[in-house]
Write a protein that binds this ligand. Structure first.
Ligand SMILES: Cc1cc2nc3c(=O)[nH]c(=O)nc-3n(C[C@H](O)[C@H](O)[C@H](O)COP(=O)(O)OP(=O)(O)OC[C@H]3O[C@@H](n4cnc5c(N)ncnc54)[C@H](O)[C@@H]3O)c2cc1C
Ligand code: FES
Length: 283
């Protein structure tokens, strides 16, 4: 059992928890994830390691309550336990000295970006970050990320903070200034990573994206997380989750991520009914 030692609400439906998991904390590297199962009957969901403290033996995860399992996770409190917290899984981010790296985070993907930004800075890169969200309240970890950046930009869809527009608008401005960019690293919604990759491709700027297909085992056995990269089938849980954005078939990923929409909607509906009406049926 893995104990939740700290819980914080970052926004209405965005929560941060720190979990006591010394073995995961000891091995964790930026870009890796864990598979979480709340109780014995629960589903397994992947969540990125948003930070780790090797001394305290804790791992931080930040999640958006989007469906049944993330809502249930958000209802847990300090002192509650998780049945499974497996990891670290996936290949770590390719952290090395590139020169100038533009790190782009969208929505809750910003949480995954934080340890990557820190590690890239510690390797001696010039780090420029662009964080984007629909509105200012959804911007997370702004100050933590800023601390490791040489330049820092914010975009919001509604203009409530930073520049009104998309992260790609801010990236285009950097490109137009003729700054030599050695790498772009993008983590966020699939549609955002697709747009970033399409923007950088004609300029030949190497671009890495962190993919979020539906995962089950997280160890390369079930095939659920298969993605097409450079015409080849890859399993994001073991071959990724980071891939060359110029080679990813994003449209295929967008379609595959919608394949259980009906079941997911029903599962959430039944869970909430059970929660609010005390219906004790097992779903
Ligand atoms: C490597 C990786 C890292 C991730 N890191 C984070 C993170 O740090 N924070 C965060 O908020 N989210 C993260 N996600 C997405 C997160 O796993 C899903 O939001 C979560 O599984 C949704 O489960 P649910 O039951 O609450 O919602 P559901 O109703 O089951 O699903 C809502 C949406 O989430 C996606 N999803 C559902 N089940 C899975 C699954 N098993 N694996 C992946 N996606 C799924 C589907 O596209 C679906 O449309 C990550 C996904 C991957 C693959
Ligand atoms: S999640 Fe099963 S193969 Fe990747």
């Amino acid at each position: 059992m893995y104990k939740i030692v700290k819980k914080r609400k970052l926004y209405e439906n965005i929560k941060e928890i720190k979990v006591e998991a010394p073995l995961v904390a000891r091995e964790a590297k930026p870009g890796q994830f864990v598979i979480v199962k709340i109780d014995e009957k629960g589903e397994r969901i992947p969540l990125t390691i948003a930070d780790f403290d090797r001394k305290k033996g804790t791992v931080r995860i930040i999640f958006l309550e989007i469906g049944k399992t993330t809502k249930q996770l958000g209802m847990l409190n300090e002192g509650d336990t998780l049945a499974t917290f497996s990891g670290p899984l996936g290949k770590p981010s390719a952290i090395k000295k590139y020169g100038t790296v533009v790190c782009i985070g969208g929505g809750v993907g910003i949480a995954s970006l934080y340890p990557i930004v820190r590690a890239l800075k510690e390797k001696g890169n010039k780090v420029i970050s662009i964080l984007g969200a629909r509105t200012k309240d959804l911007l997370i970890l702004e100050n933590e990320i800023k601390e490791y950046c040489d330049e820092f930009y914010i975009t919001t869809d509604d203009g409530s903070k930073g520049k009104k527009g998309l992260v790609t608008d801010a990236l285009q401005e950097l490109i137009d200034k003729q700054i030599k960019i050695d790498l772009v690293m993008a983590v966020g919604p699939v549609i955002m990573m697709k747009a970033v990759s399409e923007l950088t491709k004609p300029y030949g700027i190497k671009t890495l994206v962190s993919l979020n297909p539906i995962m089950v085992d997280g160890t390369g056995m079930c095939g659920s997380c298969r993605v097409t990269v450079g015409g080849e089938t890859k399993f994001a849980c073991v071959d990724g989750p980071e891939f060359d954005g110029h080679k990813v078939d994003f449209d295929n990923l967008l379609i595959r991520n919608k394949r259980f929409l009906e079941e997911e909607g029903l599962s959430l509906k039944l869970f909430l009914r059970k929660h609010w009406q005390g219906d004790d049926h097992e779903y």
